[in-house]
Design a protein around this ligand. Structure first.
Ligand code: ADP
Length: 283
């Protein structure tokens, strides 16, 4: 925060007055505004399933009290709404936990193979339900610096989205390879050798105008569709925050009608970064 004192002479005031120009006022205001919007959005997202739950409870306590068939149907809907609220609260808590840790970078060495195997294993059933294949190819077996649980959440969110928004019967591909600041713009932004882990789907894709806002909290291309698929609108905001905490970088490439690739660039662990890269020909 910085303040500048500007001497100003005006005929009306007949003298010199000091105006304090608050340089960062706009960014402080913007941050306040974003926080207020966030609280309003989160409350709205919670209020919708909550109103529906209250409505069904009142119906079950009143007119439908003795209607066994309605009770079954309503309970199933109420279960779905309660699950939606639980997912939302989980994601809100995750975001606030990550925000609190954002200024202390993680320091474990994380093995990408073990990380991705565990995430893919947990999502296999969901992929199979849409007749989709999950393929993982690690071209460079190199550890990254990170927090295992947070990185698991990153790839869980990205692969889950690839399954949700991917076409039934297609593949979700995860490819990990080393990249150097000298030859790769994203690695240059990180400022050191990285492992680039790309998650690609063959899905509907995302129109260009949405890409810059995609990692904002509650931003969705199609809100009704996201809700129908069980989305909270917070998955990519969580991904972005975790990648920032890791001093990494995230890129999104998409072609409408063809598919989308999210790539996470993570700094290599010190020991791996010092090893010279393998020439591409011997891979
Ligand atoms: P959601 O819970 O709605 O999936 P996310 O934050 O994970 O929220 O994603 C935000 C929005 O970005 C989604 O609602 C969707 O419109 C879009 N999106 C995310 N991943 C993909 C993808 N792989 N393909 C197409 N659209 C995607």
């Amino acid at each position: 925060f910085s303040a500048r004192v500007v001497p100003l002479t005006t005929p009306a005031l007949d003298g010199t007055v000091a105006i304090v120009s608050l340089h960062n006022l706009t960014s402080v205001r913007r941050a306040e505004r974003m926080r207020a919007d966030f609280v309003a959005n989160a409350s709205h997202e919670l209020r919708t399933p909550l109103s529906s739950l209250l409505g069904f409870i009142e119906t079950l306590l009143g007119p439908a009290r003795d209607d066994g068939e309605a009770r079954e149907r309503f309970l199933a809907i109420m279960h779905e709404q309660a699950l939606r609220m639980a997912r939302l609260v989980e994601d809100l808590l995750s975001l606030s936990r990550i925000e609190m840790r954002e200024h202390t970078p993680p320091d474990q060495a994380v093995d990408p193979q073990a990380l991705l195997d565990s995430v893919v294993g947990a999502l296999e059933l969901r992929a199979r339900a849409k007749d989709m294949r999950l393929e993982v190819r690690i071209l460079d077996h190199l550890p990254v610096v990170g927090d295992k649980d947070e990185l698991a959440q990153v790839f869980q969110n990205l692969i889950d989205n690839a399954i949700k928004y991917g076409r039934a019967g297609t593949a979700v591909r995860v490819v990990a390879r080393r990249a150097e600041p000298a030859g790769d713009a994203a690695a240059r932004r990180v400022g050191r050798p990285v492992l680039a882990i790309a998650v690609s789907d063959e899905g509907e894709g995302i129109a260009r105008e949405h890409l810059p806002r995609l990692t904002e909290r509650f931003y969705r291309v199609d809100t009704a569709r996201s809700r129908e698929l069980g989305g909270t609108g917070l998955g990519l905001a969580i991904v972005k925050h975790i990648v920032n905490r890791h001093r990494g970088h995230l890129t999104i490439d998409s072609k409408v009608g063809k598919g989308t690739t999210f790539t996470v660039f993570l700094p290599l662990a010190e020991s791996a970064a010092q090893r010279p890269p393998q020439p591409a020909a011997v891979r």
